[in-house]
Write a protein that binds this ligand. Sequence first.
Ligand SMILES: Nc1nc2c(c(=O)[nH]1)N[C@H]1C(S)=C(S)[C@@H](COP(=O)(O)O)O[C@H]1N2
Ligand SMILES: [Mo]
Length: 199
Amino acid sequence: MSGVISPGFTGRRRHDRDLPPGQYLTEDFPVLTYGPTPQVDLDEWNFGIVTETGAVHGWGWEALQALPHETPHVDIHCVTKWSKLDTDWEGVSLDTLFENVETEAEYAKVYSYGGYSTNLPLEDLLDGKAWIAFGFDGEPLEPEHGGPARLLVPHLYFWKSAKWVRGIQLLLEDEPGFWEENGYHNYGDPWREQRYEGD
Ligand SMILES: Nc1nc2c(c(=O)[nH]1)N[C@H]1C(S)=C(S)[C@@H](COP(=O)(O)O)O[C@H]1N2
Ligand SMILES: [Mo]
């Protein structure tokens, strides 16, 4: 039966999955970065979660690597309309990093080396929905894709997946990040096509 295309095939369906509205498939892995790629030395790399009371939970590279690794297999959707299916990552779940974090906060602002930031509700980082990723396709994550480590939060548009991630500030009140301040949607659900403010 190979080579047979069913009459219902539209070109937008693969692996029996639909793409979010307005998206097209790509096999490439495009690089989208606003500004230069920061160089982050593993010796100096640090990731911190800061709570609304100022409590800091921090990990250096070795401490991060000592935590249990997961290998998420996910689809990613960029607001510029490309989607890439079946991507393979390696990283540490945010659930693991939040294990000993006590907070009443409902919002998170994610900061990157180099100055980028993005915001999302804390609940979108928990319950198996987000990782600090340092591997892609069985290799260390390349600098242009956010290596040594990036946030991976695949259920939202990919601009929320901050490359060169440095830390998360927990907030009682929501605060827009870089693209959210510049006309993009505050939440960014690809399935509801929340591209721009007002969508
Ligand atoms: N630090 C940082 N993170 C970032 C960006 C950026 O410019 N700087 N771009 C975002 C956008 S718009 C997208 S689509 C993805 C692109 O990731 P990629 O270059 O690995 O495809 O990273 C997101 N994370
Ligand atoms: Mo993007």
